[in-house]
Design a protein around this ligand. Structure first.
Ligand code: UD1
Ligand code: CA
Length: 457
C-alpha cells in the first residue's frame, strides 16, 4: 500500500523554557524535526505531512524546501485532534504512519516492522517496556496477550498503572479506517483532549487485529520534553555514532568524547583522539590520525595525514601525507596537495598549497596560491586586504620566503625566488633571484648611549 507519514509537531514544549520552538531544538547540530523528516524519507513515502502549531512560521521557514506538506493545528486539542487536521490530505488507500516531531532517534528498521504489522484490517502501535513507566500511556493486553486498549496515565486505575508496557505514540493504520475512528473520538477524559490512543479500542470494536510491536531499544522511542532529556538523547546519539564508527574499524580513544554533527565517511585504521568535533560532511582517508581538541567542519582529509592537537579546520580539502597543527586554523576554501606541512599558529583562508610545501610557524596565507616545494618562513603574512578589496598572492614553485616577510597583494613571487627575511614585498619578485626589501643595517661608529642627568639642586 502507498504510504503517508504524519509527523505530529504542534506541541508547545513549555518545559524547554526556550523561545525556540521545541522541534527546532538542535540534536547533533540539527533540529529535532530534521531527524524525524530524514528518518521518514528513508521509508520512501508518497507523502510526509507535518502538523505544526507553536512557533509555526519559524518552523516552516527553517524547513523551507523540505519535501513535506504543512498542516496547521491552530489550537492543540490532543494527538487525535492533531491527526484529524492532516487526515483530509491523505488518500483513503494509503497506510498512515504516525511519528512525533520530538522523538528524533527513530530507526527505519523498527518503523518497517511497525508498518509490516499494519494491514487492511490491522492496526499496529509501537510500544516499549520501561522500568519507570510513569507519565506514559499504558498498553493493555487481555489474558491471551491481545491488545485491547491504551489508557493514559491520568485516566488509569492503580492496576493499569502497574503495567510496564507503554505507548510510544507511534502507530500505523490503513487510512480509511483510521479516518473513521478519528471521527468517533471524544474528549470525555481527564485532560479534555482527543486522544489518538483511543483508536485502539475503536479498532478492536470494529474487529480489527491490533498488534503492539515492541521497540527493540528504548532510545529510539524516547521523546524530548526538556533540556535534560535533550542532553540525554545527545548522549545516546553520540554513543550510537561512536559504536557504528568503532564497528567499522575506527579507533576512538574515548567514544564519549567525540561528536559528529553531520555525516562522516572514513577509510581504514583511522585514529581519533579525545574531544574531537566533526560538523557537516567530513571524509577521512585511510590511516588519518586526529589529535585531541580538534574541530573539523566540512573537510576532506587524505590518507596518512596527521592533524595535531587543537586545530580548527573548516571547508577545506587536505591531501595525503600532510601534517597540520598543532594550533592551526583553516578558514573556508583551502585546497592542500599531498605532503603539505601547516604548523602552529598558521591561518589559511581561500588558499591553495602545492605538493610538499611548508608553512610551519606563525603565518597567515589568505587568498594565496602557493606552488609546490615552497618554504614559507615563520611570521610571513600575505597582506591580502587593502581595506576595500581582497587581492591574491601567487608564490611560484620552489620559492623560499624568509621569516617575517609581508607580501602585499596583489603580488607574485617567481619560481625559486628567495625573499630576504623581514622584507615588505610590494612589487613582483623575480624568479630564481634574491629579493630583499628592508632598510640596510648600519653601525654608527662613535655613538654613545645617553647618560642620566644629575639631579638639579
Ligand atoms: C502521548 C500519548 C501517550 C504516550 C506518549 C509518548 C496520547 C493521548 N498519548 O502522550 O500514550 O505514552 O505520547 O510520549 O496520544 N501534539 C500535537 N498536537 C496536539 C498534541 C500533541 O501535534 O494537540 C504532538 C506533540 O507535538 C508531540 C506528540 O504529539 O510531538 C505527543 O504529544 P504529547 O503532548 O507529548 O503527548 P502525551 O500527552 O505525552
Ligand atoms: Ca510527551
Amino acid at each position: 500500500m502507498p504510504l503517508s507519514v504524519v509527523i505530529l509537531a504542534a506541541g508547545q514544549g513549555k518545559r524547554m523554557q526556550s523561545d525556540l520552538p521545541k522541534v527546532m531544538q538542535p540534536l547533533a547540530g540539527r533540529p529535532l524535526l530534521a531527524h524525524v523528516i530524514a528518518c521518514a524519507r528513508e521509508l520512501d513515502p508518497d507523502g510526509i505531512h507535518v502538523v505544526y502549531g507553536h512557533g509555526g512560521e519559524r518552523v516552516r521557514e527553517a524547513f523551507a524546501g523540505a519535501p513535506v506538506q504543512w498542516v496547521l493545528q491552530a489550537e492543540q486539542h490532543g494527538t487525535g485532534h492533531a491527526l484529524m487536521q492532516a487526515a483530509p490530505g491523505i488518500p483513503d488507500d494509503h497506510t498512515v504512519l504516525v511519528l512525533y516531531g520530538d522523538v528524533p532517534l527513530n530507526r527505519p528498521e523498527t518503523l518497517r516492522s511497525l508498518l509490516a504489522a499494519a494491514g487492511e484490517r490491522q492496526l499496529a502501535v509501537l510500544s516499549v517496556r520501561l522500568a519507570e513507566p510513569t507519565g506514559y500511556g499504558r498498553v493493555l493486553r487481555d489474558n491471551a496477550g491481545n491488545v485491547y486498549r491504551i489508557v493514559e496515565q491520568k485516566d488509569a486505575t492503580r492496576k493499569e498503572l502497574a503495567v510496564d508496557e507503554v505507548n510510544t505514540g507511534l502507530m500505523a493504520a490503513p487510512a480509511s479506517a483510521l479516518k473513521g475512528w478519528l471521527g468517533r473520538l471524544s474528549n470525555d477524559n481527564a485532560q479534555g483532549e482527543y486522544y489518538l490512543t483511543d483508536v485502539v479500542a475503536l479498532a478492536v470494536r470494529d474487529g480489527f487485529a491490533v498488534e503492539a510491536v515492541i521497540a527493540p531499544t528504548v532510545a529510539e522511542v524516547l521523546g524530548v520534553n526538556d533540556k535534560l532529556q535533550l542532553a540525554q538523547l545527545e548522549t545516546e546519539h553520540r554513543q550510537l555514532v561512536a559504536e557504528a564508527m568503532m564497528r567499522a574499524g575506527v579507533t576512538l580513544v574515548d567514544p564519549a568524547r567525540i561528536d559528529v554533527r553531520g555525516r562522516i565517511e572514513h577509510g581504514r585504521d583511522v585514529f581519533i583522539d579525545a574531544n574531537v568535533l566533526f560538523e557537516g560532511e567530513v571524509k577521512l582517508g585511510d590511516r588519518v590520525r586526529i589529535g585531541p581538541n580538534v574541530v573539523v567542519r566540512n573537510c576532506e582529509i587524505g590518507a596518512d595525514t596527521v592533524i595535531h592537537p587543537n586545530c580548527v579546520l573548516e571547508q577545506s580539502v587536505i591531501g595525503k601525507d600532510c601534517s597540520i597543527g598543532p594550533f592551526a586554523r583553516m578558514r573556508p576554501n583551502n585546497r592542500l596537495a599531498d605532503g603539505v606541512h601547516i604548523g602552529n599558529w598558521v591561518e589559511l583562508k581561500n588558499s591553495q598549497v602545492g605538493e610538499g610545501s611548508k608553512a610551519n610557524h606563525l603565518t597567515y596565507l589568505g587568498d594565496t596560491t602557493v606552488g609546490s616545494k615552497v618554504n614559507v618562513g615563520a611570521g610571513t603574512v600575505t597582506c591580502n586586504y587593502d581595506g576595500a578589496n581582497k587581492h591574491r598572492t601567487l608564490i611560484g614553485d620552489g620559492a623560499f620566503i624568509g621569516s617575517g616577510a609581508m607580501l602585499v597583494a596583489p603580488v607574485t613571487i617567481g619560481e625559486r625566488a628567495t625573499i630576504g627575511a623581514g622584507s615588505t614585498i610590494t612589487k613582483d619578485a623575480a624568479a630564481g633571484k634574491l629579493t630583499i626589501a628592508r632598510s640596510r643595517q648600519l653601525t654608527v661608529e662613535g655613538w654613545q648611549r645617553p647618560v642620566k642627568k644629575p639631579p638639579t639642586a
